[in-house]
Structure formats: C-alpha cells, structure tokens
Ligand binder design. Structure first.
Ligand code: ATP
Ligand code: MG
Length: 411
C-alpha cells in the first residue's frame, strides 16, 4: 500500500457525542479528512458504557455517516478511552546490558521488565510510555542506544484500565463490524493536537474538559509524565444549573450555552434573561450573575481537583508553559481566566487547526480528541514494528530522530 492510499480511522466515544473520522495520509504526514460522522452519544456515563445496545446504536450511526461521506468501508479504528476506571502508575524496569553497549533489544527488555508489575487480573495495560533511562546508576539519560554500561534502568509511565469496561467498548465497536486496533487515552490524543512542541519541551498540561469527564496529561521534556481522568465535566455544570434554577436539563443546557459564564465578576450584575417554561407558566427572569455563580462554583471545583492532582503527581511548579484547555466545556466564557487564576499558571484554549478536507465542523475544542486519534494513528503508521518514529514531522536532528525511534508506545 503506498503512503498516498493510507487511510486511517478514529472513533472518539465521548459522553456527549460520538465522532468517527476517516482520513487519508498524504505526503507521509498530512491528514486529509475524508469522512465525518458526528452523532449524539447514548448509553454512556462519565466516559464508560452503561447501556451497551444504546451505545452501539449511536456508534453505528456515527460510523455509517463517516462511511457514507468518505466512501470507505471501515473495519478497524483507533478508539478513545476515558473514565475513572483508567489509572496510571510509574514503574521501573532493570536489565543487564548484553554486550556492554545498549541496543534496541536491551531497551525492549527493560520496558518489558517495567511492565512486570502486579496488575490485578481485571485490568489491562493500555499504554507503556518510556521516560528516562539510567545506566549504571547515572540517570537522566534520554537516548541510551550506543552507550556503554552494565545495568540499564528505564522509568515508564504505565496506563491501565478495567478489562471489562474496555471489553464493553470493544463490543460496542464490533457491533458495527469494526475491530479496535488500539485504544488511546483521551488526553494523549488531545495532546497530539493542541500542544506545541515548545510547550511539550518546556512543560505543560493539556486539560480536556468534556461532558462526562475531565482528562489531563502532563508533558515535560517532550514526554508524557503523568495522566489523569476525572469523572466530572460539563454535564455536571448543566445539572447544577437545572437544580439551582429549577429547570429541566434540556433548558439548563440551552441557557448554559447561551448565557453561561465561568466568572461571576466578569458579568454585568444588572443583566437578566428570560426563560420560557414548558408548563405554560409565565416566562421567568433570571439574573445572569446567578447563572454564572453556579457555573463558576463547579468549574472552580474541577480546576481545584486538577490542581490537586498536579500537586500529588509532584510536577507542581514544573509547568512553565502552563495549561492548555480543550474539550467542549472549555468554550464556557471565562474558563481560561478562571483556570489561570486557580492554577497560577498561563492558560490558553486550543482546538484542531490547519486541517484539510471536510473540516468545517471540527475546528472547535470538542473535537481535539477526535482529530488527535488520527494524529496518533499517524504516529503508529510511521513506525516500524513497535517502535514509534514519534513526531517525525518535527524532527530536527539525529539526536531527535534517535530519541523518537526509541520511544515505544505499547501494546
Ligand atoms: N459553546 C459551548 N459553551 C459551553 N459549553 C459547551 C459549548 N459547547 C459544548 N459545551 C459543553 O461541552 C460538553 C461536551 O464536550 P465534548 O464534546 O468535548 O464532550 P465529550 O467528548 O462527548 O465527552 P467526554 O470526553 O467527557 O466523554 C457538554 O457538557 C456541553 O454542554
Ligand atoms: Mg471527549
């Protein structure tokens, strides 16, 4: 198959929407979007399947649309993964260096050793991301191949997820005749799209605030150092509004999108809007600050939880490039300022950019994960065997190339 004919497919199974994208890889590293299928999600809560047949049906609609627009039949895809069943640990693997000089095989064995940790039988490894190496106790080595020594140690970030939850997702996708070629953790997919190479190198976190989940990945020195999935998102904001203002959920969602703000102090204290109730009662007036207060409280909570996680992970103060916000809920006005204020670092909002092809619906933060899956597929397709030529688009020199060559993302 020539590079020009290389077709990749990503299915982002979100709590709010399911998005199937079909793309062609052009000139080795450009993506042209050929097929788009966006459908409201069904049968999912907090990023996991709670009603298999409903979820499978919504997914099949999304897939059909993408097949119709692209003219391709889909039989394998990369699929996003989120939910509180995902967890991550850091692990070390130690091996003796055969022949006194580190080669790719030594690195393979070290990574295997890092995976030999006690994982409960009901969990699966989703990603193994290598970070630093050390040789004979000297740590901080980024590219060990070719170096002399006796003892190689790798530090790896291992992401695991509940087997049954993953099996349910697989089942859902299989119902449309599609095999999951790989699960990709939601924030890792988003990170591929929204973070610049400079941000990754300097140290930054991507925070994807969706409907049912908030996902974070911390990048330091160009690598993933920490990941996290929280089971809160924009749907909680909506249900808070419904409770607080005694409105049906659909109406709460509508006013959130229309008048919502995450910073009470930025809202004109006089401003009001009217809400038509369904019961035929007289329309009621709502102060916009009252709405903002509800939204601010929940968004504050989300950012405090994220900050807490950053502190626990030990990377507090290591994020000079700040945080990059994405996901549908980052569109609530005032979110960027609130995040910067609570976390005390620069914040910006990001979305997929520079796309070619059928892109008119995708240029918004809600689709960072969806497009990120394609970027991820591109990374793997550029790889030989299990070794990723990570980010070869940005490769500058041979050390970069070597580093990229060595980066492994398993399975
Ligand atoms: N313009 C907007 N203003 C405010 N909120 C918005 C806007 N657009 C979308 N949202 C909110 O974003 C959320 C959906 O975001 P997104 O599409 O990223 O979620 P998802 O990927 O389906 O869910 P998840 O990743 O959590 O499983 C909803 O709560 C929705 O109310
Ligand atoms: Mg999402």
């Amino acid at each position: 198959m020539s590079m020009e004919e290389h077709i990749i497919v990503g299915i982002d199974i979100g709590t709010s929407k399911i998005c199937t994208l079909v793309a062609r890889v052009e000139d080795g590293s450009n993506l042209r979007i050929l097929g788009v299928g966006i459908e409201p999600s069904q049968g999912l809560r907090k990023g996991t399947v709670v009603d298999l047949s409903a979820a499978a049906l919504a997914l099949s609609r999304s897939v059909e649309k993408a097949e119709r627009t692209s003219g391709f039949e889909i039989n394998a895809a990369l699929v996003s993964l989120a939910g509180s069943h995902v967890s991550s640990i850091n692990s070390r693997g130690v091996v003796g260096i055969t022949g006194g000089i580190v080669d790719l095989d030594d690195i393979d064995r070290a990574l295997d050793a890092a995976q030999a940790i006690a994982i409960p039988h009901n969990r699966e490894i989703v990603h193994v991301i290598q970070r630093n190496f050390s040789i004979d106790g000297q740590d901080g080595i980024r590219t060990p191949v070719g170096m002399h020594g006796y003892r190689l140690e790798v530090e790896a970030h291992i992401i695991t997820a509940s087997s049954s939850t993953m099996e349910n997702l697989r089942e859902c996708v299989r119902a449309s005749g599609i095999e999951v070629s790989q699960f990709v953790l939601n924030p890792l997919a988003s990170g591929e799209v929204v973070l610049s190479e400079t941000e990754r190198q300097m140290g930054a976190a991507v925070i994807d605030i969706g409907g049912g989940t908030t996902n974070m990945a911390i990048y330091i020195d160009g690598d993933v150092w920490h990941t996290m999935v929280l089971a809160v998102g924009g749907n909680y904001v909506t249900s808070d509004i419904a409770h607080g203002l005694r409105l049906p959920i659909a109406q709460a969602e509508e006013i959130k999108l229309k008048y919502g703000h995450a910073q009470t102090s930025a809202v004109n204290p006089e401003e009001q809007f009217t809400v038509r109730s369904f019961g035929g009662d007289a329309p009621s007036r709502i102060m916009r600050v009252d709405l903002a207060e509800i939204i601010e409280a929940r968004m504050e909570e989300i950012f405090h939880l994220v900050l807490q996680e950053i502190r626990h992970s030990g990377y507090d103060g290591l994020l000079p490039a700040g945080v990059v916000l994405t996901g549908g809920s980052s569109l609530i006005p005032g979110t960027r300022q609130l995040a910067a204020q609570i976390m005390g670092v620069p914040a910006r909002i990001a979305q997929p950019q520079n796309l070619i092809g059928l892109t008119d619906q995708l240029n918004t933060p809600a689709f960072s994960t969806s497009v990120g899956l394609l970027e991820w597929a591109l990374l793997i397709s550029e790889s030989s065997q299990h070794i990723d030529h990570q980010r070869s688009k940005h490769m500058k020199n041979w050390t970069e190339q070597l580093k990229d060559l060595l980066r492994r993302l398993l399975p």
